[in-house]
Ligand binder design. Structure first.
Ligand SMILES: [Zn+2]
Length: 288
């Protein structure tokens, strides 16, 4: 059962990355090797959930008290001292020219893949990502954060490594990349987050912070929207993560290939909930 779920999880990740490359760019052959994230370690939802459950021990009462005090103390975040870089995934036109997947790497992937689209609504992932990103910008700025946007229009041509460079140059302390998922299996739905592994040759030193950011942002989205919490995927195959020098997460806000989730993602109200959930997650990360 567990093995099957891990297999299915990996299969879906591979599929969604390939989907973006193949469905929208079928005139340009791309080897599946280049499109697939490598060293994917999908953590099962059950494990995530289990690790959050309180440990029952003789000291349980004391632990609860300590945590409450810490939560109360850390509630105020010095918002003006934080810079968040938001990357709305993809762009109007894919750019299939290849670039190295990390500094000095001989492996290459397309600069910007095409992304997925709403199975019923026809909503393009790049448009959804931009809509949520603009709402997130507004939400974070209203909370006092400095926000740097990778893009504010669809008509751009910015590669994944260039997007990371924008976050690096801005001195961001959180780089949040907004995407939606796709799958060949129409019933698959829910949110996931991605970060590098601890062994990533380019920025494995940022794994712990990126994982914490991923966990906080994913939990924020799940609690704001009530969507299914899928998993945190650790992978070293994502160019936009590998070129980053700052804590980074890719948040996959839902499946555009699931008709119910597609319908929700296509509403202003649901997008606003996602943006608020991501903002809550970023704030929770800064409180750690
Ligand atoms: Zn995407």
């Amino acid at each position: 059962m567990r093995r099957l779920e891990v297999f299915l999880g990996s299969f879906i990740v591979v599929c969604l990355v390939c989907l973006g490359v193949m469905v929208f760019n079928d005139t340009i052959p791309v080897s599946s090797k280049d499109s697939e994230p490598e060293q994917v370690k999908a953590k099962e939802l059950e494990q995530e959930t289990a690790s959050e459950e309180p440990v029952i021990s003789e000291e349980a009462d004391e632990v609860v008290v300590t945590e409450t005090e810490e939560t109360t103390k850390s509630k105020s975040v010095d918002a003006e001292n934080h810079i968040v870089c938001i990357d709305a995934g993809h762009q109007q036109k894919a750019n299939m020219t290849k670039e190295p997947i990390g500094p000095g790497s001989s492996k290459k992937k397309p600069k910007v893949a095409g992304g997925t689209r709403g199975v019923k609504s026809g909503l393009m992932e790049y448009q959804l990502a931009l809509d949520i990103s603009l709402k997130l910008q507004e939400e974070l700025e209203s909370r006092g954060y400095t926000v740097v946007m990778v893009r504010t229009t669809n008509d751009v041509d910015i590669s994944n490594s260039e997007r990371a460079a924008i976050a690096n140059e801005a001195g961001a302390d959180a780089f949040v990349k907004i995407h939606a998922d796709g799958s060949d299996i129409s019933s698959v739905h829910g949110a996931s987050a991605l970060c590098q592994t601890a062994d990533n040759p380019y920025n494995g030193n940022l794994h712990d912070e990126s994982y914490a950011l991923s966990e906080c942002v994913l939990d924020g989205v799940v609690s704001a929207t009530g969507c299914k919490k899928r998993q945190i995927i650790e992978t070293d195959g994502m160019t936009g993560i590998n070129w980053s020098n700052v804590p980074t997460t890719i948040i996959e806000v839902g499946y555009l290939t699931n008709k119910d989730e597609d319908a929700k993602l296509n509403t202003d109200e649901y997008q606003t909930k996602i943006a608020q959930g991501i903002a809550d997650g970023i704030e929770a990360y800064y409180q750690k």
